[in-house]
Structure formats: structure tokens, C-alpha cells
Design a protein around this ligand. Structure first.
Ligand code: ZN
Length: 92
């Protein structure tokens, strides 16, 4: 592990870091496409991915509750889940 300079702000960042902790700039860059094939490149799991999962689960639970008659609770959970999911989409 080595320290490199963030190209955006000059902050000292570990070269294993996904993003600069000071300004949030990506350090490792875009994932390198897998060579020798048409398969999709290996995606680096983003920090927001878990929030997308949590939000998606919330939406699903909300829809199930809504469908089973718990309109208030289901609607609330579904709405919160959707917001969490959208927040996750914006977190890199
Ligand atoms: Zn930076």
C-alpha cells in the first residue's frame, strides 16, 4: 500500500482507496474491462450499492404490505425505501 496524491485536490490518499476522502474524487479510476471476451467488465461495488439494496428491499416490503391491506404502513415503508434507493444511486 502506498500513498498517492489525489489528482483533484492533492490530498494524500491510499492507492487502495476507491475515492479521495477529502474531495470524493475517484482514485482507482474506471474498472478495466475484462480482456479477451465480450463479457461485461467486473464492476467495483460502490459505497451506495448497499443503500440501493436496502432501499429496494424496503420498496418490496412496502409493496407487499400495501398489497395485503396495510396501506399506511406499506406506503410509508415503500416511500422511505424508494428514497433510500435513490440516495444510494447518487453515492459513489
Ligand atoms: Zn481529493
Amino acid at each position: 500500500m502506498a500513498l498517492i496524491k489525489c489528482k483533484e485536490c492533492g490530498h494524500q490518499v491510499s492507492d487502495t482507496a476507491m475515492a479521495c476522502p477529502a474531495c470524493g474524487a475517484r482514485i482507482s479510476g474506471d474498472p478495466v474491462p475484462v480482456q479477451g471476451g465480450g463479457s461485461s467488465p467486473v464492476r467495483v461495488v460502490r459505497a451506495g450499492f448497499k443503500w440501493e439494496v436496502i432501499g429496494a428491499v424496503g420498496v418490496i416490503i412496502g409493496v407487499i404490505l400495501f398489497a395485503t391491506g396495510a396501506h399506511n404502513v406499506g406506503g410509508t415503508i415503500g416511500s422511505v425505501g424508494f428514497v433510500v434507493f435513490m440516495i444510494g444511486r447518487f453515492i459513489n
